[in-house]
Design a protein around this ligand. Sequence first.
Ligand code: FMN
Length: 408
Amino acid sequence: MAEGAAEAPAESGGGGTPGAGQPERGVAPIKPQYLTTKEQFHEFLEAKGQEEPSQETKLDISGKLYLAPLTTCGNLPFRRICKRFGADVTCGEMAVCTNLLQGQTSEWALLKRHPCEDIFGVQLEGAFPDTMTKCAELLNRTIEVDFVDINVGCPIDLVYKKGGGCALMNRSAKFQQIVRGMNQVLDVPLTVKIRTGVQERVNLAHRLLPELRDWGAALVTLHGRSREQRYTKLADWRYIEQCVMAASPMPLFGNGDILSYEDANQAMKTGVAGIMIARGALLKPWLFTEIKEQRHWDISSSERMDILRDFTHYGLEHWGSDTQGVEKTRRFLLEWLSFLCRYVPVGLLERLPQRINERPPYYMGRDYLETLMASQKAADWIRISEMLLGPVPPTFVFLPKHKANAYK
Ligand SMILES: Cc1cc2nc3c(=O)[nH]c(=O)nc-3n(C[C@H](O)[C@H](O)[C@H](O)COP(=O)(O)O)c2cc1C
């Protein structure tokens, strides 16, 4: 399903040091900023007279870097690339509950996990407690994951009008039944991804967070924008900061606009348990390394090409190396390239760091490949794909799925 379709801008990619088949870099973890200490957590439970949740319902990923669920772009080959650059937590693309219940093969394929994904969850979208609970029961029996996430951030009409995604933020009775029902049948922690609210000036998250905690959510990620806003404004990290206390002691992850280690450091100062990165990873998957090593990486075009080459290898491995597999790999590569072209090389910037809301003017790269990678034209993305996968079929057309209204 295409959450990003209405939501996403176009960005990503690159390469780097860990070339094909190289092991993950030995990067130091960023210092976790724990929302609460274990002692505070126990005190809180005692004060509330509650039993400590069983081991399985807790998810300790504080301080870890979470690659966001990304419809279309966050496929398994792309997640492998991000893992190599230091993403700690990964999540499958949003899967629609009813499609899974109907046994749609393509939907079940979204739940696949690669062995390198050591902390991996899947994300579900649905509007009704009975189907969502049934689906959770089915997942519990059939797949091996570390957590299941509910998508309560999806803004697209198709989902919203049926009462799913972001609409659940205004349907708290149903929302509660979904969370409690799923929690009851799952042996792994249940997490939820929400937005600030539906309308721009009506924040709902701070009111929902204590409820989500009481309903049994193990962790919530807050994307600091409303449905109405989409990507037109910057994420509201001040509000995310206010929400940290409202959620406590349940860990809150913050999400929105992180494109550099400076952005990540600023975000962690709000007291969130960790950060989730979406478009930043599409523009520059090596962002995870930059954050962990606290530096800017002036990556060369040939290093970026190596990353794309690795992606195509992973793609052919995943989707098959027959004609169909090649064309599928190409489609997903092109979707990614539609984001990748927004990256501006560090060595060309007048002022560091690049900001996610800035649209760079046309520029020439330091070599032919860098210029080609900066092109906003689909024809140039196709040329890059041809360098890696051979010529496109004569009737080939490509229209990117994700259009960012922030970059019009
Ligand atoms: C291409 C694309 C696809 C997305 N797909 C999903 C999705 O399947 N599930 C979800 O919860 N959010 C999805 N999102 C939203 C992101 O996870 C994230 O919340 C949002 O982009 C804000 O983070 P950012 O500023 O780091 O991009 C998608 C975003 C993009 C750009």
